[in-house]
Design a protein around this ligand. Structure first.
Ligand code: ADP
Length: 316
């Protein structure tokens, strides 16, 4: 892709990639819109629980990203929608509404069980943050799927900066449903040899030192120290940890950056790319919905569309 040619030494710049994606997605989105009537402009519905600051921050970043590529937004706040039954009805309405291409339930939403119940009601064809069990299952099986945006952002960064994945030893620290596990599936789909580490891993440093690609997704600031990496490693840091004076990644950046081949900063790495992945999948959903109009409907196309294939879903 365009940014790959400009890879600058060892910093994998997420802001630069995000602005490249913004232009590309804005262009792709305009092709869906009938200029005469504003018809077909895809909307992203964002459900959030305003009582959670984390959910509000994610929702706001999605709103900004949607606006920046020209997509519409529909904000639903838990408190305004009222009861859980009311929220369930809202999701059903959004599923049915043709103008709504994508639906994201910003987590945390209510209590854990309520958030999960709500996500399970989202139509998998509009699940543009890969949160439903249906899409998680498809991804785990190596089938075309919508994928959690953070995991997709990791792959987008590796691809944009020309990092080869096939045959490489990739080590992931963290096994969460939103980052570690889907990243593992995506890397396996791209022919990496994948090791997943977690709290019960006996000797974390021994595992991470062998990584050619190291993905940190543990939610533990500064967990990855220089003695835990090797010089040829490419590191993608998914950590967003609140620390005094700002946010920090899972990698001790200042100490690690000088001793590895390439690394994403925090902030400015995975973070800015993530909302663009939600928008990319929203546009994909809108394109698929359009192509599924009665006259052009084709069952087989859903399985062969390369834009939905987890092993080739990245813009090049
Ligand atoms: P995230 O949202 O970043 O994926 P979670 O809190 O959901 O974070 O999950 C954290 C993951 O990181 C868990 O799978 C946990 O086992 C792993 N983890 C946390 N701390 C360590 C550590 N010190 N060593 C290895 N794995 C860790």
């Amino acid at each position: 892709g365009g940014v790959a040619d400009r890879m600058s030494g060892r910093l994998l710049d997420g802001r630069e990639l995000a602005s490249h994606l913004r232009r590309e997605l804005a262009h792709r989105l305009e092709k869906l819109v009938d200029p005469e009537r504003e018809a077909g402009r895809p909307q992203l519905a964002i459900l959030r629980d305003g009582r959670s600051e984390a959910a509000a921050v994610y929702a706001a970043s999605l709103e900004r990203a949607a606006r920046s590529v020209g997509a519409g937004t529909r904000l639903v706040d838990a408190v305004e929608a009222g009861t859980e039954r009311g929220l369930e009805a809202t999701v059903a309405d959004l599923n049915a509404e043709a103008g709504v291409a994508g639906i994201v339930v910003a987590q945390p939403f209510g209590d854990v069980a309520a958030g999960r119940r709500l996500v399970e009601l989202v139509d998998p064809a509009k699940d543009v943050d890969g949160a439903t069990p249906t899409n998680a299952g498809r991804l785990a099986r190596g089938e075309p799927a919508f994928v959690p945006a953070t995991a997709l952002a990791v792959i987008a960064i590796l691809e944009a900066y020309g990092v080869e994945v096939a045959g490489k030893r990739a080590v992931i620290v963290g096994r969460s449903a939103v980052v570690g596990r889907p990243v593992a599936s995506l890397l396996v789909a791209r022919d990496a040899t994948v090791v997943i580490c977690h709290r019960a891993t006996r000797n974390l440093a021994r595992e991470t030192r062998r990584a050619e690609i190291l993905v940190a997704a543990a939610g533990s600031p500064g967990l990855i120290r220089p003695e835990m990496v090797n010089r040829s490693a490419v590191i993608v840091d998914c950590g967003i940890n609140a620390v005094p004076g700002g946010i920090a990644g899972d990698v001790a950046f200042d100490a690690v950056a000088p001793v590895v081949r390439a690394i994403t900063p925090v902030p400015g790495g995975v973070g800015p790319v993530t909302p663009m992945m939600v928008l990319r999948q929203t546009i994909e959903a809108a394109e698929r919905a359009r192509n599924a109009q009665p006259s052009e409907a084709s069952i087989s196309s859903s399985g062969t569309d390369p834009s939905m294939n987890p092993s080739r879903s990245i813009v090049s």
